[in-house]
Design a protein around this ligand. Structure first.
Ligand SMILES: Cc1cc2nc3c(=O)[nH]c(=O)nc-3n(C[C@H](O)[C@H](O)[C@H](O)COP(=O)(O)OP(=O)(O)OC[C@H]3O[C@@H](n4cnc5c(N)ncnc54)[C@H](O)[C@@H]3O)c2cc1C
Length: 498
């Protein structure tokens, strides 16, 4: 094999997820996998909410769900609640699941758009089982039977990021990954190829490898500081550039969802875990001072903090290339899109998947890096557009921040999507990737982006038939949610069985 030694630089979520996946795939081969991390530098220390795709990562590595949840103090997540985004006083949930059923071969939302002003039709939210369950604080695992109502949704987790890294470290070390404590102070390049040959630690030790995975966080130690790859900045579309995170005790039932409450210059998150709640304020430093942002956060928490504020700065965007020569950047070293839809861990997972797909086994083939970079750009841009939609689709005019977001120029790719939806409710679809039709519908309709017209094929069904079918669906979703156990009872049972 061409690559005999892999060096992962960094032991945050990205580093340990990468090491665990590599050790799972190559555990029985002669491939040597090392990971360097520095306790002195530490990790970013946040990143607690996920999206359902994480099941694929967990199942590939063979994790037992109950064991994983107990050890990372995880909770179930059915979606994200957005409060005050479309306008102040408004709340909607972006659920991990479908809305309604496609009557007469026409997408459900087209019928809803047509009928929404009719008495008794109700909110779009009423046609989603995970939304009913989330609002009631209930949870049940989805059913595999496609005819079951419990087959209409998926779920993710919220967990303690440091416990997750520890969990992954144990898994990786048990499969032969060698962890080394130390600070990288120098990087040596091959004069001819430009490839990285080795890194030097503060202890004086030099470590050579064939393939380097840069998981060094925002600094991008190899991909940027050494290889000068360049960064494409997207702050003009996503103006938040700072965050403050503070944990606090749970102050009520542990709900199966993340909450994001829009503020005058950003938004505040609440992520309930088994043993505490994660909170943070993501904001734009050109609109609010750090002290004021901290005050907003403390006011929103309403409970005594469990630790000092963790202050973070970031620049939204991505590296121009994420695989260069023999360096692959994964995690914050590859770019950052703010955590509004909990997408960073998913982007880590995607990059790991592509690295495994294109793992160099023969000669170095530039096409491997090219395809890796093409796919990652596509994914970053899709997530970017979806995030921008939340800020742009608002009626808020109560601050300069919202006035800017509401009126800013959009990327062409997003403008096109919104125009198509506004015209007659068409959601631009893609087969793979994040945020498919139900997610876009959740934000469009949740933030009052209404199509001007509906699909005329909906009119093949009479008003009376549609109203009856919708009433039946709504009632069935509500009844199915009521029959679920409470999220708290389920977590307590899991902890007791551990
Ligand atoms: C405010 C905020 C909220 C977030 N919320 C979410 C969320 O809810 N969901 C989600 O999916 N993601 C979230 N993220 C993103 C998430 O935190 C990251 O994707 C994740 O933690 C991965 O970080 P990382 O491993 O790339 O970097 P880090 O955690 O920063 O780890 C970097 C590692 O590199 C090591 N290192 C750095 N330099 C050196 C050196 N010179 N020598 C040796 N070691 C070195 C460090 O010691 C550390 O181990 C959030 C991010 C922010 C900023």
């Amino acid at each position: 094999m061409l690559v005999k030694r892999v060096l992962v630089v960094g032991g945050g979520t990205a580093g340990w997820m990468t090491a665990a996946a590599l050790s799972n795939k190559f555990g029985n081969s002669p491939l040597e996998i090392r990971l360097i991390e520095s306790a002195e530098i530490g990790t970013v220390g946040v990143g607690e909410a996920t999206v359902p795709h994480i099941h694929h990562y967990n199942s590939t590595l063979g994790f037992d769900e109950a064991d994983f949840m107990v050890r990372t103090k995880a909770t179930f997540k059915l979606g994200v609640e957005f409060v005050n985004w479309g306008r102040i006083g408004n709340s909607y949930i972006h659920p991990f699941g479908a809305y309604g059923e496609d009557f007469g071969g026409v997408p459900f939302h087209q019928h809803w758009v047509r009928m929404r002003d009719q008495p008794g039709v109700g909110d779009f939210e009423a046609f989603s089982l995970p939304i009913h369950a989330a609002r009631m604080g209930r949870f049940q695992h989805p059913d595999r039977d496609p005819s079951s109502l419990l087959n209409t949704y998926n779920y993710a987790y919220q967990f303690d990021a440091s416990l997750y890294a520890r969990f992954l470290r144990e898994y990786s070390e048990a499969r032969g990954v060698v962890r080394q404590e130390g600070k990288v102070v120098d990087v040596a390049l091959n004069g001819e190829t430009g490839f990285v040959e080795s890194v030097a630690l503060d202890s004086g030790e030099r470590i050579e490898a064939d393939l380097f995975v840069d998981c060094s966080g925002f600094r991008g130690l190899l991909i940027e500081q050494t290889l000068k790859t360049g960064y494409e900045e997207w702050t003009h579309w996503l103006p938040c550039d700072r965050a403050i995170a503070i944990p606090c005790p749970n102050d009520g039932p542990v709900m199966p969802l993340t909450r994001s409450t829009a503020q005058q210059s950003g938004w505040v998150w609440k992520i309930p875990l088994q043993h505490r709640c994660g909170n943070g304020h993501v904001y734009s430093s050109s609109s609010i001072s750090d002290d004021e942002a901290l005050e907003v956060l403390l006011g929103a928490i309403g409970a005594p903090p469990l630790a000092d504020p963790n202050k973070l700065r970031f620049v939204t965007g991505k590296r121009k290339k994420q695989w260069v020569g023999n360096v692959v950047a994964i995690g914050l070293s590859s770019g950052f899109l703010e955590p509004l839809e909990s997408t960073s861990i998913h982007l880590i997972q995607l990059a790991i998947g592509r690295l495994l797909d294109f793992f160099p086994t023969g000669e170095w083939d530039p096409l491997d890096a090219e395809e890796f970079n093409r796919v990652m750009v596509l994914e970053y841009e899709r997530v970017r557009d979806f995030l921008i939609l939340h800020y742009n689709a608002t009626e808020r005019d109560d601050s300069d921040f919202w006035n800017y977001c509401r009126t800013m120029d959009l990327p062409e790719s997003l403008k096109y999507k919104i125009d198509l939806f506004r015209e007659r409710g068409v959601v631009v679809n893609y087969r793979d990737g994040m945020f498919l039709e139900p997610s876009w519908l959740a934000v469009y309709l949740g933030q009052n982006v209404m199509p001007r017209a509906h699909d005329p094929l909906s009119e093949r069904l009479s008003d009376a038939d549609l109203i009856a079918a919708m009433a039946d669906l709504r009632a069935r979703y509500a009844a199915a949610a009521v029959a679920m156990p409470t999220h708290e009872a389920l977590l307590a049972g899991m902890a007791a069985a551990a």
